[in-house]
Design a protein around this ligand. Structure first.
Ligand SMILES: C[S@@+](CC[C@H](N)C(=O)[O-])C[C@H]1O[C@@H](n2cnc3c(N)ncnc32)[C@H](O)[C@@H]1O
Length: 237
C-alpha cells in the first residue's frame, strides 16, 4: 500500500462524515442500483442456524442490517462504523422502519472491535474493509468475536478478469465515477480516493489468504457482475 493512501485510510471515516448526506443517493445511482442486488446476495449464504445474532462492520447508513433483517432467522444486528454522520443517518432509517428493537447502530472501530469474544453467529462487511487501516488485524478480531461455526461474509470491489470488461471498468472507476461523485457530493476528492482504495486492495485469492491467515475455513469467493465485486465467505470452526 502506498504511504499516502495508508495515512488516508486511517482517517477515511472523516471523508464519509463529509459525504454522508449524499452517500445513499450516489451509491444507488453510480452503481445503477446493482449495489442493492449485491447486498441481497448475502441473504443466500447465511449460516445454517435457526437464530442469528449478527454484527455488521463499517455499517455506514445501515443498508446491510436493513437487508439481513429480511430473513426471519436474523433476530438481532449490531452495526458498527467510525463515522458519526453515516451512523446518525442509519439510525433515522432504522427508526423509520420500526426496526430499532432489532437493529442497533453505533460508533466503533472494525479493526479493534468493541465487543466480547464468541458473541456473534455472523459478521458482515460490505464495501468497508478496503478502508480499514489494517484489514488483517480486523480479520483476526472478527475471528475472535465470532462463535464456533459462525460465518464471515465480506463484499468488496474487485478487478474483473475479462480484458474488455476491465477496460470499461477502469474508464468508469478512474474517470467517470470520480468526476460525477466529487461534483454531486461537493467533496474535492472523495470519489478519487474511492477509486485508489479499490485498485490498491488485495482481491481474489490474495484476499482469501488473509482470511486463511486469520483462521477462517471453508473459504469461498463468489464473483458478482463480471467480478466488479466479490463476496468472500469463511467459517470459524
Ligand atoms: C463505502 S462505506 C460502506 C457502507 C455500507 N457497508 C454499505 O454497504 O453501504 C464504508 C464505510 O466504512 C467506514 N469505516 C472506515 N474505516 C472504518 C473502521 N476502521 N471501522 C469502522 N468503520 C470504518 C466508513 O465510515 C464508511 O461508512
Amino acid at each position: 500500500m502506498n504511504n499516502e493512501l495508508g495515512e488516508r485510510k486511517k482517517e477515511s471515516y472523516k471523508i464519509f462524515d463529509e459525504i454522508a448526506g449524499t452517500y445513499d443517493l450516489l451509491n444507488h445511482t453510480l452503481s445503477f442500483g446493482i449495489d442493492i442486488y449485491w447486498r441481497n446476495k448475502m441473504l443466500k449464504h447465511l449460516p445454517n442456524k435457526d437464530s442469528i445474532n449478527a454484527l455488521d462492520l463499517a455499517t455506514g447508513t445501515g443498508d446491510v442490517p436493513l437487508t439481513l433483517i429480511k430473513d426471519p432467522r436474523v433476530k438481532k444486528i449490531t452495526g458498527i462504523d467510525l463515522s458519526k454522520g453515516m451512523v446518525d443517518l442509519g439510525i433515522i432509517k432504522v427508526k423509520k422502519k420500526g426496526l430499532d428493537k432489532k437493529i442497533n447502530l453505533m460508533i466503533g472501530d472494525g479493526v479493534t472491535i468493541p465487543t466480547g469474544d464468541n458473541a456473534f453467529d455472523l459478521t458482515t462487511i460490505s464495501f468497508g474493509i478496503r478502508n480499514f487501516s489494517d484489514p488483517q488485524k480486523s480479520l483476526f478480531d472478527i475471528h475472535r468475536v465470532l462463535k464456533k461455526d459462525g460465518r464471515l461474509m465480506i463484499m468488496e470491489f474487485s478487478i474483473p478478469e475479462n480484458f474488455l470488461v476491465r477496460q470499461v471498468y477502469f474508464f468508469y472507476f478512474r474517470h467517470l465515477l470520480p468526476f460525477v461523485g466529487n461534483i454531486i457530493s461537493k467533496h474535492k476528492d472523495a470519489y478519487t480516493y474511492l477509486n485508489k482504495s479499490v485498485e490498491d486492495f488485495p482481491y481474489g485469492e490474495n484476499f482469501l489468504k488473509l482470511m486463511n491467515n486469520a483462521g477462517f475455513e471453508n473459504l469461498k469467493m463468489i464473483p458478482l457482475t463480471f467480478g466488479i465485486a466479490t463476496l468472500y465467505i469463511g467459517d470459524k470452526k
